[in-house]
Design a protein around this ligand. Structure first.
Ligand code: NAD
Length: 481
């Protein structure tokens, strides 16, 4: 079922829905039923060539468009999205397997992001610079890069499409997007609405295809001026190597192993449901998922018991049942998570609840206690509903545990002690910090930034516009007139 209609078996290049050169297609599956929802084109190098060429042709005209007009067009796109919230929510939910209400939340976020950058398009400015004498003038001009290649994963395809396309377009770039072969439908539905909004041909191009085929062809293409990648850390390394050959800048948003750090003085009634949601939302398949719980030893037993009880109450089902949690997205994801379920008890972790796969690609929410920092489940990204619990005695130990992974995406600190919260926020090596909440609710334009093996980027707010521009410096000597 595809509610915002776009043609089956095609992708979008130069303002048109077209077939792959060799006519290849990919099946897109419903993760709950394993039934084919629809097909999309399977792009190869020739299709990527077409998409990059179309984006190159469109670039000068789009970059020269008055930024207020660019913003107005992006606003029109946002308006079409909000008018189709229910249809788009169903597309996102079915494709990823998440509950319908989760899909709806994602589409509201998608709309908010696109609306934000529509408003920002004509507020991007350079600066004038101080000079050594009045006979000089210096200023900077932000300029778009040109053709931006954007490669995204399957877990929140609508939001990641918005988070990258909107700032790139607002800043005057043209784009070639490659969504994941596993869940490409929301990006396709969004691009169909962009077509209806009236973007000129070639400004937005979307090719579907496999990573080793379309992904490699796009990120190693000499016609690309900037690469933005969201996905796993290993793929990020490969893409950065491709970028090095063509000497183009890359923005990498990669994996995570985010801690919830819970002190005994925290508001447990607020913290516990949020911690459970942080690892069960989207079946734990979020880059910022709260996959580690570091809990002060004096409240450890109570907290673990309450979390296990809440986890045991989680109801799972297909997207349209709109329960708490759906299945994992694919057989590969299911195998990956099953591997962690096999290894964690073998390495000595104590299973508290869950631990067993369900039918199909469903996995019960799982809690492991007495996790040691060296165990895989403490160090590696599971990308499933699996929580690893460790306990600490004091702030110093909590800080060391918090920083004891290769990742640095998000850290959430739960305490009523302001000084302690501020100290941990300072000492954590992480691109984002939340205090007494999970993630960024309540903050507009929050930076979606990463450190360590989670990547590097300036995403999220106004800084994302800068990420999609290069800065030119101009120095002028004012001759006597
Ligand atoms: P993945 O790295 O396997 O794939 C991501 C995208 O890259 C897909 O479109 C895929 O087709 C493409 N790809 C794969 N190999 C490629 C190659 N060699 N060259 C070019 N493109 C290639 O990741 P995934 O399994 O789709 O997604 C899960 C990962 O994404 C997790 O690690 C998660 O943490 C991460 N993620 C990060 C963020 C963030 O903002 N930091 C957000 C969402 C997801």
């Amino acid at each position: 079922m595809v509610a915002v209609d776009f043609p089956s078996s095609l992708h979008f290049i130069d303002g048109e829905w077209v077939a792959a050169h060799d006519g290849g297609t990919l099946d897109v599956l419903d993760p709950a039923t394993h039934q084919v929802i629809t097909q999309v084109a399977r792009a190869g190098a020739a299709d990527v060539d077409d998409a990059v060429a179309a984006a190159r042709r469109a670039f000068p005209g789009w970059a020269a468009t008055n930024p207020s007009e660019r913003g107005a067009l992006i606003h029109r796109w946002a308006d079409l999205i909000i008018a189709e919230v229910e249809a788009l929510a169903a597309v996102e939910a079915q494709d990823v397997g998440k509950p319908l209400s989760g899909g709806r939340t994602n589409i509201y976020i998608t709309h908010g992001i696109i609306d934000y950058f529509a408003g920002a398009a004509d507020k991007l400015t350079g600066v004038t610079l101080p000079t050594r004498s009045p006979d000089y003038l210096g200023y900077t001009v932000p300029e778009p890069y040109g053709v931006c290649a954007i490669v995204i994963p399957w877990n929140v395809p609508s939001v990641l499409t918005a988070a990258n396309l909107a700032p790139a377009l607002a800043a005057g770039n043209t784009v070639v997007l490659k969504p994941s072969e596993i869940a490409p439908l929301a990006p396709f539905a969004l691009v169909e609405l962009a077509r209806r909004a009236g973007f000129p041909p070639g400004v937005i191009n979307v090719v579907a295809g496999l990573g080793p085929e379309a992904g490699v062809a796009l990120t190693s293409h000499p016609g690309v001026d900037h690469i933005s990648f969201v996905g796993s850390t290993n793929t990020g390394r490969a893409i950065m190597a491709n970028a090095a050959r063509n000497l183009v800048p890359v923005k990498l948003e990669l994996g995570g192993k985010s801690p919830n750090v819970l002190f005994a003085d925290a508001a447990l009634d607020t913290a516990i449901p949020a911690i459970v949601a942080s690892i069960t939302e989207n079946a734990g398949q979020n880059c910022y998922a709260g996959s580690r719980l570091l809990v002060e030893s004096s409240v450890h037993d109570e907290v673990v018991e309450r979390i296990a009880a809440a986890m045991a109450d989680i109801k799972t089902g297909p997207w349209e049942a709109d329960l708490d949690m759906g299945p994992l997205v694919s057989a590969a994801q299911f195998d990956r998570v099953s591997g962690f379920l096999a290894d964690a008890p073998r390495e000595g972790a104590r299973l508290v609840t869950g631990g067993t796969p369900g039918d199909g690609w469903f996995v019960r929410p799982t809690v492991y206690d007495q996790v040691d920092a060296g165990m895989r489940v403490a160090r590696e990204e599971v990308f499933g509903p699996v929580l690893a619990v460790q306990s600490f005695r004091d702030t110093a130990e909590a800080t060391a545990m918090m920083n004891a992974t290769d990742f640095g995406l998000l850290a959430c600190i739960w305490t009523n002690d302001v000084s302690r919260a501020l100290r941990l926020a300072k000492d954590v090596r992480s691109g984002q910090v939340a205090v007494n909440q999970f993630h960024d609710a309540g903050v507009i334009g929050f930076p979606f930034n990463m450190q360590k093996d989670s990547g590097f980027s300036r995403g999220g707010g106004y800084a994302a516009l800068r990420e999609y521009t290069q800065e030119k410096g101009v120095a002028i000597r004012l001759l006597a007139g």
